[in-house]
Design a protein around this ligand. Structure first.
Ligand SMILES: Nc1nc2c(ncn2[C@@H]2O[C@H](COP(=O)(O)OP(=O)(O)OP(=O)(O)O)[C@@H](O)[C@H]2O)c(=O)[nH]1
Ligand SMILES: [Mg+2]
Length: 305
């Protein structure tokens, strides 16, 4: 059939900080997955739905691959690889700029990914991202060659999730590899994640952006209250920011409460944009030592097994 509908899941896999969430937001045209310059920003596999030209693609943005033994890193790694089971197409994302002039290092980084995707018979598309940062374009070719060797049969695209360069060609290649099938979501839907989860994620993004190097990894956000009924046109939301130690509390709160106020204000504006309504956002900071080892809490955060 010429114009058959296509439907499929595209699992986005790649090292942490490669730009997976940025690319997903670019594809969807709005923020469904949070972004920060810090590694390990994404913790749950977040979906973004794109309905375009007879095809419906459900992208799954996974936590970045990060081979660290401590904290929640092993949990995130398992969940990223587990998402592969749903893939009709695997979209591997790499930070090409980080490897400009070092194709061998890129090949080494690709080895575990090649092993994970090689086992399946799923088509693989590779996006070499952040090409906007590579001033000498001649440096891109050896990188593509290294990727081609590590992942034979994959289709390669130099892209920039920030500027959109190369993204349309990459999307066309992915779409062409999707199976035929009926669409499962309304064309207006952008994610399968509940807005309540996305609101908590927005708070976590502002927290990640506001905090120094180490602290973000020992924090988590839970949504405690969601009330859109008591006042028409206003959604009341309360979130807890969990920190691992008493000494972390003042770092989140800031001098005279300035930092948490700033986090709250920025998060509120984004949540209002997402919901299209006024929001009253309250943030509480709670000390929960060992939250990352608490199976019940991890389940609540969507990280449990
Ligand atoms: N210059 C440039 N920066 C980019 C591009 N794509 C992403 N970034 C930046 O790279 C950083 C990481 O982006 P994310 O989208 O959070 O990366 P990620 O792969 O989702 O990271 P994790 O969730 O931690 O695995 C952010 O500061 C982005 O703004 C790009 O194409 N060009
Ligand atoms: Mg991410």
């Amino acid at each position: 059939m010429e114009n058959a509908q296509r439907f499929g899941h595209v699992v986005m896999l790649g090292p942490t900080n490669a730009g997976k969430s940025t690319l997903l937001n670019h594809l969807i045209g709005q923020k469904v997955s949070i972004v920060s310059p810090k590694p390990q920003t994404t913790r749950n596999s977040v979906s973004g739905i794109l309905t375009e030209g007879g095809a419906q693609l459900v992208f799954l943005d996974t936590p970045g691959l990060h081979h660290q033994k401590r904290g929640i890193a092993p949990l995130l790694l398992r969940s990223a690889y587990a998402a592969l089971a749903q893939a009709d197409v695997v979209l591997v994302l790499l930070d090409a700029a980080r490897f400009a002039g070092r194709p061998d290092a890129l090949a080494a980084e690709l080895r575990p990914i090649a092993k994970a995707v090689g086992a399946g018979h799923v088509p693989v598309v590779v996006a070499c991202n952040k090409c906007d940062l590579i001033k000498e374009k001649a440096k891109i070719l050896p990188l593509l060659a290294a990727v081609g060797e590590a992942l034979p049969g994959a289709e390669l695209f130099p892209v920039s999730a920030l500027t959109g360069m190369g993204v349309a060609a990459m999307l066309a290649a992915i779409t062409a590899r999707l199976p035929e099938g009926p669409h499962r979501y309304d064309p207006d839907e952008v994610s399968t994640a509940p807005v309540r989860f996305l609101a908590g994620e927005i708070v976590r993004e502002k927290l990640f952006l506001a905090l120094g190097e180490e602290l973000p990894y020992s924090t988590a956000v839970t949504v405690e209250l969601w009330d859109e009924n008591s006042q028409p046109g206003l959604t009341k939301i309360a979130c807890s920011i969990l920190v691992a130690r008493e000494s972390h509390k003042p770092m989140v709160i800031g001098k005279g409460g300035a930092r948490i106020k700033d986090i709250g204000q920025k998060a509120r504006l984004d949540i209002e944009e997402m919901l299209g309504s006024k929001v009253f956002l309250e943030l509480w900071v709670k000390v929960r030592p060992g939250w990352a080892d608490d199976p019940a809490l991890l389940r609540e955060l969507g990280l449990g097994e």
